[in-house]
Design a protein around this ligand. Structure first.
Ligand code: C5P
Length: 240
C-alpha cells in the first residue's frame, strides 16, 4: 500500500477557490481530502464534485446527529454525492447508527453508487470529565469513548475518529479491521489549539488507519515536501 493513502488533508478553508488551489497542490501527496462544516456550508456539493473530478477521495466530516430517519436519508444523499467516508455522532445511539449503515448498504445495491464507509465520533476532544458531567454524563471520558466505540462497532459502523491517546485502547477493544481515523497530528512541538497531539509515525505505529493533517501541512513552507517526508515516516512505521 502507498503510505500517502493513509494521509487525510483537512480542507479547513472558507472559499471554494482556496480549497481548489489546495486540492491541486496536494492531491499527489495525500489519499483523501476532508470537507468539514465550514467549507461545505459555504460551497455546497460543488467542492465534493471538484475533488472527485480530480480523482481524489472525499471524507465528508459533517458529524450527523439526529433521529435515525433523518440521518439515514442524509447519509444516502452523501453517498449520492460520491463521498468515500462520512461520519455521525455515536451518541446519536445504536438505532441511528445502525439504520444509517443499513440505508447505505441498501443504496449501495445500485451499481452506479459506490457505498461510502461510515464512521463515528465518540467523545469530542473538546469535552473533559467536567463538561460531560454538566450535560448529564457522569462517566469518565475514556470509559464513554470505549463504550461508544463498541456501540458503533455493534451497529455495523466501519470505524471511529480517535485521538492519539485512544488508538491502542480502541484497536484492542474493536479489533484489527475497525477503522481508526486520528486527528490532532503534529510534526513537531507546535500544538495550535489541540491539547493532545501525536506525530504521524507514532499514530500509525499505535494502530491508526488514517491520520488527519490540517494546519501543520497548510502552514509549512513547502507542504508537498513535508507530505513526502510524512509518507516516508508512515512507510517506516508500517514496516516495523
Ligand atoms: O489543523 P488540524 O490538524 O488541527 O486539523 C484537524 C482537523 O481534524 C480539523 O478539521 C478538526 O475539525 C478535526 N478534528 C479534530 N479533533 C477531533 C475531531 C476532528 O481536530 N477530535
Amino acid at each position: 500500500m502507498d503510505p500517502k493513502e493513509k494521509i487525510i488533508f483537512a480542507l479547513d478553508v472558507e472559499r471554494f477557490e482556496e480549497a481548489q488551489q489546495l486540492v491541486m497542490e496536494l492531491r499527489d501527496h495525500v489519499g483523501m481530502f476532508k470537507v468539514g462544516k465550514q467549507l461545505f456550508t459555504h460551497c455546497g456539493p460543488k467542492i465534493v464534485d471538484f475533488i472527485k473530478l480530480k480523482n481524489s477521495k472525499v471524507f465528508l466530516d459533517l458529524k450527523y446527529h439526529d433521529i435515525p430517519n433523518t440521518v439515514s436519508k442524509a447519509a444516502v444523499e452523501a453517498a449520492k454525492l460520491g463521498v468515500d467516508l462520512l461520519n455521525v455522532h455515536a451518541s446519536g445511539g445504536f438505532s441511528m447508527m445502525n439504520q444509517a449503515k443499513q440505508a447505505l448498504v441498501e443504496a449501495g445495491k445500485n451499481p452506479d453508487l459506490h457505498r461510502p464507509k461510515i464512521i463515528a465520533v465518540t467523545v469530542l476532544t473538546s469535552l473533559d470529565d467536567g463538561e460531560l458531567k454538566k450535560v448529564g454524563f457522569d462517566i469518565p471520558v475514556i470509559e464513554l469513548t470505549k463504550k461508544l466505540a463498541l456501540l458503533a462497532k455493534e451497529a455495523g459502523l466501519d470505524g471511529v475518529v480517535a485521538g492519539g491517546s485512544e488508538i491502542e485502547m480502541i484497536r484492542e477493544t474493536c479489533g484489527r479491521d475497525f477503522l481508526i481515523i486520528t486527528p490532532g497530528v503534529r510534526i513537531e512541538d507546535k500544538k495550535d489549539d489541540q491539547k493532545r497531539t501525536i506525530t504521524p509515525k507514532e499514530a500509525i505505529q499505535k494502530g491508526a488507519s488514517y491520520i488527519v493533517l490540517g494546519r501543520a501541512v497548510r502552514d509549512a513552507a513547502d507542504p508537498g515536501a513535508l507530505l513526502k517526508k510524512i509518507a516516508e515516516d508512515i512507510r517506516d512505521a508500517l514496516s516495523l
